[in-house]
Design a protein around this ligand. Sequence first.
Ligand code: HSC
Length: 266
Amino acid sequence: MFRKSLFRFSTYNFINVTQKGKVALIQFNRPKAMNALCDGLIKELNQVTQEIDANPEYGSIVITGNEKAFAAGADIKEMQDKSFPQVQNIQMLASWENLTNIKKPILAAVNGYALGGGFELAMMCDIIYAGENAKFGLPEITLGTIPGCGGTQRLIRAVGKSKAMEMTLTGEFIDAQTALSYGLVSKVVPVQNLVDEALKVAEKIASFSKPVAALIKDTINEAENIGLREGVKYERKAFYSTFATQDRKEGMSAFVEKRKPSWTDN
Ligand SMILES: CCCCCCC[C@H](O)CC(=O)SCCNC(=O)CCNC(=O)[C@H](O)C(C)(C)COP(=O)([O-])OP(=O)([O-])OC[C@H]1O[C@@H](n2cnc3c(N)ncnc32)[C@H](O)[C@@H]1OP(=O)([O-])[O-]
């Protein structure tokens, strides 16, 4: 498969970034630390996802780790000696949720461990695919702390109260099939096929109108913040706004004229 290096002028210490067509593939690259999320990795991830979001060449993003670990959580060694005033004063996690501001659809392709912050990061993505060996968990309680990047809030919305409580209060991991049965992941595939499967879907998503895909992403994510009545109003406004785009006109005209649409992202 042809992949070329993305953003040739940037060098990264903790991630690799490659391109396939309209998809950017971001791979965590701290194999000796199970891809633990250190501050430097998060800075690089924030920088590159913002660059991709602003670059009209790209329509979607796949984030992955390696076969052993997607990411085993925030870097415990980095946090070990920090005090309460330190983490509060520097607002340690303030920028760690920047991923949720990215407008382009993001797929997490999870092989191996997605624990703590790694699992939280996967839940910030729009779609999760899991390799057969994936393990998901929020083991923060075993470290004397709690999830700090949306884990409690996103997990309950994804799986309901009893399962969210069970996972966070015991710190136990669930496997890929259990994650599938909980509705946490969309698909479980063999480990070696995972990234290609995720890229295939990401390419399909990237082939549509980018502003329309961004509206769908935004509208679905908004459902996690507001109630049904407000959500339906929000969706309707977004629907109406597609009538201000050329791509809406093109999509409907192409259907009527029995041809393939040609998207211009306008
Ligand atoms: C997007 C925003 C995210 C923000 C998150 C903020 C808040 C968050 O909620 C808090 C956390 O995530 S709290 C974290 C929650 N996560 C956890 O509690 C999971 C902690 N990790 C584990 O439980 C085990 O390592 C595994 C079960 C993953 C693998 O077991 P295994 O196969 O026997 O392998 P092994 O021999 O154990 O590890 C190999 C090497 O990797 C090293 N390393 C691994 N994880 C690390 C980490 N997080 N850190 C640093 N290093 C970590 C390990 O020390 C060792 O290095 P050494 O120099 O050779 O000693």
